[in-house]
Design a protein around this ligand. Sequence first.
Ligand code: RET
Length: 309
Amino acid sequence: MMIPENMFDQAVVPAAGPHRTATHTSQLPFPTVTPDIPKVYHQYSTEVGHKTLWVVCVVMGVSSLAFYIMAMRVPVQKRLLHILTAFITTTAFLSYYAMATGAGVDYHTTIIKETKLHVVTELVRRQVFWARYIDWTLTTPLLLVDLSLLAGLNGASILVLMFSDVVMILTGLFAAFSHNEAQGWGWYAFACLAYLNIVYQLGYKGRYAVSTKDTKTKAFFGAISLFTLALWTLYPIVWGVADGARIINVDGEIIAYAVLDILAKPVFGFWLLLTHDSMARTSPSIGGFWADGLSSEGTLRVGDVHGDD
Ligand code: RET
């Protein structure tokens, strides 16, 4: 059913008073018109949510600076995880800046009750912070790359992980912008299936891949991947009680994601990089193009295309 966006703006509560009556120009009595004004519940954040967004924005900014400094302090051959981690918090910093300044947010209307004849009787208009989903689309694959490189996962599994991850976040975004609850939970179910595949790839394939590595790397991967999976599992739960069932209000949602995001990005990042740096002798070094650029043997010289004649 089509819902014109401006239709609800004035309708905060149902029209309880006398129904509007229109009179015909000829002054003949005109039948009473009962407009189907639905009940609209408004769910917006307050100053608490707003301040929380700014706090996380600062935390992400400061952590990014720290990660860039840490990156510069190690040789370029050992810098890949540092760079990925710094990109993750930088993206989160930009996304939180967008949300705190009101740029990455929309007001979405969902039908929560309608009659058998599809007359909408109850709606909810809630803030949706879509900047989160852009952030997650970029950063969750990078977080998984961090873990995959640590485990030594093969390219095929990394590709499957990336694809499942992007599917999970984008179907989550569709769930957040669904027109009615059934459609929303449908998208949510697809996102959960994609998430289960991530758990499988990381928990099973990742553990198998790391089993050939040294004891320290094995123990570290076991701990940090468990931390990640436990933490990531809380995201769909928060979504379910916030955007999904709307049991918690928008401020509660902002605070819950703020705590999770700080644990999943800066805390995860510091743990990963400090441990990685402390294992500098056993951690892999990346040379070649990564460290030295295209060397003279790899570049085409004039005449190469036509052979040596
Ligand atoms: C959604 C809703 C739909 C169902 C599922 C979800 C999972 C989201 C996850 C997000 C992880 C985000 C991280 C952010 C770091 O800052 C999209 C919430 C399964 C797992 C780690």
